[in-house]
Design a protein around this ligand. Structure first.
Ligand code: GLY
Length: 416
């Protein structure tokens, strides 16, 4: 079997690594360059966001399955278009991808199906948003509607910050055409849990939980990133929370059915737990990054079989190992803002054989491996105990070198 994965980061690398463990998989292509591609994994040179180029390439190839990694092509309708061409593709159609692509759509869906979420108001102009602010008090959350590469959420501590955020969205249009409306929402305080689920038709099958570290600096300080570390399972998850979550999943299934939004793909639920009660912060309709790097190493079932079950609309038979997985992401100094790339990476060949390194942003050039992104490598270990996984990750990181490398030293400490 030959598989194309659209995307080329560490999430896609982890998916490809897991798929390659199935003996029936002959080749896994990345649509564009992943510096970790070896063995069955092979790089193409197709732009990840260019559906027409991907369609044209597929028309001349015998590829059995396409898996979509990032959100932008999903939101652009790549699944609808490839399905129309008769290609077997894993991911939501454009209509369902709106659960991630429009925050207002997602909030309306949650409200309609009685799914717990922070109270909110959708505003389509600067003046409407300014007028709505007094209903919420401070802190308040302001979200630009649309896909904003993880940067469209403002947590505003006071009126001045809220007005600044609205100015950036409506007047400066920092998210270009994405800022035409905002969701203003009540601020919730607690801990977050990532719950990825397979969607098979309108049925939802949860993975084990994970906890993402989003801030760039130790102690959860500094700007948000795409995620700089992750552990699975989430150590704060309890049987009582699982029971609440299961009830929420049944409501989501009802909504998917009633709104005709069923698909074969992933639904990633961002939960916030406040005072023992679960609320949904957001939906994503794809695998999470870095969640995938810690969930797939713990997946005991066969990923390809699970995907095929979802594509057939059958129950997805997921099974997880009873252990802990942790990843710490090595980044280029300056990330998530301006940073330099192109530095040689050494030391990967000195790591113990059970350390998994998924490539976020690297490039093979002239026999060397170079840094090629803000997030560079996800250094990952699986052990029976979190403390052992932590030790294995940080001992391994000491052996990896590239100029301008930095990383958080507190991933896997669970004081929050
Ligand atoms: N870890 C959050 C995301 O994938 O969007």
């Amino acid at each position: 079997m030959k598989i194309l994965i659209v995307g080329s980061g560490a999430r896609e690398h982890a998916i490809a690594w897991k798929l390659a463990q199935n003996s029936g998989v002959e080749k896994v292509f990345f649509s564009s360059h992943n510096g970790g591609a070896t063995g069955k994994l092979e790089n193409l040179n197709l732009p990840n966001n260019d559906t027409q180029t991907i369609r044209a390439w597929l028309a001349s190839q015998a590829v059995d399955l396409v898996i979509i990694g990032p959100e932008n092509p999903l939101n652009d309708g790549i699944v609808d278009q490839l399905s129309a061409d008769g290609v077997k593709v894993f991911g939501p159609q454009k209509a369902a991808a709106r659960l991630e692509g429009s925050k207002a759509f997602a909030k309306a869906f949650m409200q309609k199906y009685d799914i717990p979420t922070a109270s909110y108001k959708k505003c389509e102009s600067l003046s409407a948003a300014q007028n709505a602010l007094p209903e919420f008090g401070y802190p308040v959350v302001i979200k630009a509607d649309g896909l904003c590469a993880g940067k469209g959420v403002y947590i505003c501590q006071d009126e001045a910050q809220a007005h600044q955020a609205l100015h950036e969205i409506f007047v400066d249009q920092v998210f270009s055409n994405q800022g035409a409306s905002v969701v203003i929402e009540q601020y919730l305080q607690g801990f977050e849990t990532s719950l990825l689920c397979f969607v098979s038709g309108t049925k939802v099958y949860p993975f084990d939980t994970a906890m993402d570290y989003k801030k760039i600096y130790e102690g959860d300080q500094g700007p948000n990133t795409g995620g700089v570390g992750c552990i699975s399972p989430n150590p704060y998850w309890t049987p009582a929370l699982k029971a609440q979550s299961d009830a929420i999943l049944r409501k989501i299934e009802r909504g998917l059915e009633k709104e005709n939004l069923g698909y074969a793909g992933i639904l990633f639920i961002g939960y916030l737990v406040q005072d023992g009660e679960i609320y949904i912060l957001e939906f994503n309709t794809r695998f999470g990054d870095p969640e995938t790097q810690v969930l797939l190493p713990r997946l005991r079932s066969d990923l390809l079989e699970n995907i095929q079950q979802a594509l057939a609309g059958e129950p997805v038979q997921l099974a997880f190992e009873d252990n802990v997985c942790m990843t710490t992401i090595l980044v280029s100094d300056g990330y998530p803002k301006k940073h330099q790339t192109g530095f040689e990476i050494t030391g990967l060949d000195t790591l113990p054989g059970d350390i998994m390194v998924f490539h976020n942003g690297t490039k093979q050039k002239d026999g060397k491996l170079l840094s090629a992104g803000g997030r560079v490598l996800s250094v990952t270990a699986k052990r029976d105990a979190l403390s052992d996984a932590r030790q294995a990750v940080y001992e391994s990181i000491k052996k990896i070198k590239f100029d301008n490398m930095r990383y958080r030293k507190d991933i896997g400490t669970v004081s929050r």
